[in-house]
Design a protein around this ligand. Structure first.
Ligand code: PGA
Length: 253
């Protein structure tokens, strides 16, 4: 049985007081959700403050990236063990905004993934196709390539405790969501790919999140799909009430 995971990706939003206030509101709003793991990923500079607010809340803390090397001469990067030191347990890697705006490719993401695992973080690896790739019929090839981008470099058994977030780029921040059937089809595809790489039992235990304009109005339908084990939530995670409603929708009886 895969425990659903609802992860809030706060992206580059909020000053410290905003982050603290949002964390307080989230902690107050989601405590009622049982059987669901809840994670929030604030910007690096707010990890410490948000961690203080979330202490004893049962809500996990994650970062939005980590360096592909250990501490040292990497100006502007943050090493994975520094994130652990801040109380982070998870890290988002390979988000499409990193790939698009900062040129991150599979090789770099694999390096980051390795560092995350070595530090004891659980990676949340983002994969997903652009609209033009979907229109060109390349969706499956792109997503399979992004997964193999890690396992070809690090090894077939290298995913560790990692979670995979399927985020079609055309659905991120656009208000356009993949239908529950589209999401399920891709999640089933991803699980089949994983089975071919790491074996049936590891693949069937691995959590697969959907991301891309998930909100209270569509969460229940998406989360009801067999292979959708949670969500990576951007915009709606900035509203504690919406985020809590999505967490509630993930509760399985
Ligand atoms: P969104 O973002 O929910 O605002 O579409 C999701 C994400 O980018 O992780």
């Amino acid at each position: 049985m895969r425990t659903p995971l609802i992860a809030g990706n706060w992206k580059m939003n909020g000053l410290r007081r905003d982050a603290e206030a949002l964390a307080r509101d989230v902690a107050a709003a989601v405590t009622a959700s049982e059987g669901v793991e809840v994670l929030v990923c604030p910007p690096f500079v707010h990890l410490d403050a948000v961690g203080v607010v979330l202490a004893d809340s049962g809500i996990s803390l994650g970062a939005q990236n980590c360096a592909d090397a250990g501490q040292g001469a990497r100006t502007g990067e943050v090493a994975a063990d520094m994130l652990v030191d801040m109380g982070a347990t998870h890290v988002i890697l390979g988000h499409s905004e990193r790939r698009e705006f900062y040129g991150e490719d599979d090789g770099l993401v694999a390096g980051r993934y390795r560092q995350a695992l070595e530090a004891g973080l659980t990676p949340v690896l983002c994969v997903g196709e652009t609209l033009s790739e979907r229109d060109a019929g390349q969706t499956e090839a792109v997503v399979a390539g992004q997964i193999r981008g890690i396992t070809d470099r690090l090894g077939a058994d290298s995913l560790g405790p990692g979670v995979i977030a399927y985020e079609p780029v055309w659905a991120i921040g656009t208000g356009r969501t993949a239908s529950a059937e589209q999401a399920q089809a891709m999640h089933a595809f991803i699980r089949a790919q994983l089975a071919g790489i790491e074996g049936e039992s590891a693949a069937s235990a691995r959590r697969l999140l959907y991301g891309g304009s998930m909100k209270p109005g569509n969460a229940a339908e998406l989360l009801a799909m067999d292979d959708v084990d949670g969500g990576l939530i951007g915009g709606a995670s900035l509203d504690a009430g919406d985020f809590a409603a999505i967490c509630a929708a993930a509760t399985r009886d």
